[in-house]
Design a protein around this ligand. Structure first.
Ligand code: NDP
Ligand code: PYC
Length: 337
């Protein structure tokens, strides 16, 4: 133990998350899928979507809103579109179940979409787009959340923190991956600032009166801001439309109404897209992939870093050294078991 940090192996992180979920009534397939993604988040030092999420998942289970055991059902609705109904359980088992169908369709059609419906969704999206890239495909993922984010120029929440993730497969390298909330920061980060009594930076949120705030609790009670002003606002709206209205599922505002103050994980849909470079490029595949590599080189050769480089470095480090977790968080999770 260093200061208030506890050193855990990745196996210990997985075991802690799994025990907390199982002992609160989650079925084993869901608990394993969730504990796995939480472990990946902690491993890559994405603290807002690592072990902290166990608290949110258990609160959601205890709210009675989430189905702890429903198994997803897969519906192929066209040659290029698969829908997976999560039946009001968490999203991750639905993703795992639908992924092979998405991959098969993308390889057959060149482009395919997977719409996950009726799912409670708490997780970072990079594990999912990385899984698509491991199949040699280009991946995109997006999802709404709860209406915590004000549109640019407004003061009241309309959008979710609506993450957008992208992965491009690279031979001999980790894929090119980015994954960001369309709000200035993930809400989980503001919650972590509130837990630690730390102020938040300028530009993250406004308070209930619509005034800029550095107080994490005032931010949680007020509204978050989009990243990049009107640009993040437009992307957030696009995600409400594509991963909400278009797939017949809830917007972030609808999801908040559905929650009805329970404080559970947001419940809505998710849209994933997969593109097959082999079909787009045909005999020019190698040339297209080399063109991409020249672009990556032009970024890194001037000292700029690629998105996910920090994560991949953390992944390599924590595989050996384990992770360092706030002791209060570990105690709070153990108290749930
Ligand atoms: P960050 O702002 O921390 O990071 C966003 C992206 O930018 C990452 O890919 C990151 O790579 C990259 N990046 C950061 N700094 C640089 C830099 N200097 N140069 C190049 N790239 C950089 O993420 P957010 O707070 O916006 O989101 C965090 C997570 O929260 C995401 O994984 C997202 O999926 C998740 N989330 C989930 C939601 C849900 O409803 N399920 C809702 C909202 C967010 P790196 O990681 O290597 O630093
Ligand atoms: O951190 O913004 C967030 C978030 C919302 C749902 C899951 N994570």
């Amino acid at each position: 133990m260093t200061n208030n940090l506890i050193n855990l192996t990745l196996e210990q992180v997985f075991g802690l998350a799994l025990r907390a979920l199982l002992s609160n009534g989650m079925s084993e397939p869901h608990a394993r899928a969730i504990a796995d993604v939480i472990t990946q988040g902690q491993r890559d030092e994405c603290h807002s979507h690592g072990l902290y999420r166990v608290l949110v998942c258990v609160r959601s289970l205890r709210s009675g809103k989430v189905d702890p055991a429903a198994l997803p059902t897969v519906h192929s609705i066209s040659p290029a579109i698969v829908k997976v109904d999560a039946h009001y359980a968490y999203s991750l088992l639905a993703f795992q179940t639908g992924l092979p169908v998405l991959v098969e369709k993308a390889r057959a059609q060149g482009i395919a979409a997977m719409a996950i419906r009726n799912c409670f969704h708490f997780s970072a999206l990079w594990p999912e787009v990385e899984a698509i890239a491991r199949e040699g495909l280009v991946g995109v993922a997006m999802t709404p959340s709860h209406a915590w984010v004000a549109p640019a120029g407004g003061t009241r929440g309309v959008f979710g923190t609506n993450p957008l993730a992208f992965a491009w497969p690279r031979a001999g390298h980790q894929p090119f991956v980015f994954d960001f909330a369309t709000s200035a920061i993930a809400r989980g980060d503001i919650e972590l600032h509130a837990r630690q009594g730390k102020p938040i930076p300028d530009g993250w949120a406004i308070d209930e009166k619509g005034l800029p705030t550095n107080d994490a609790n005032a931010a949680l009670a007020g509204a978050m801001q989009t990243f990049g002003g009107h640009k993040g606002s437009a992307l957030a709206a696009m995600i409400e439309l594509l991963a909400g209205a278009l797939i017949g599922d809830l917007t972030s505002a609808d999801s908040m109404t559905f929650d009805d103050g329970a404080g559970a994980t947001p419940c809505h849909g998710e849209l994933l897209l997969a593109f097959d470079p082999k079909i787009f490029l045909g005999s020019e595949e190698q040339e297209g992939m080399q063109r991409a590599e020249r672009m990556f080189d032009a970024i890194t050769s001037q000292g700029a870093r690629l998105p996910s480089q920090r994560r991949f470095a953390a992944r390599a480090r924590t595989a050996e050294a384990g992770v360092f977790v706030d002791s209060k968080l570990v105690a709070d999770i153990k108290a749930l078991i």
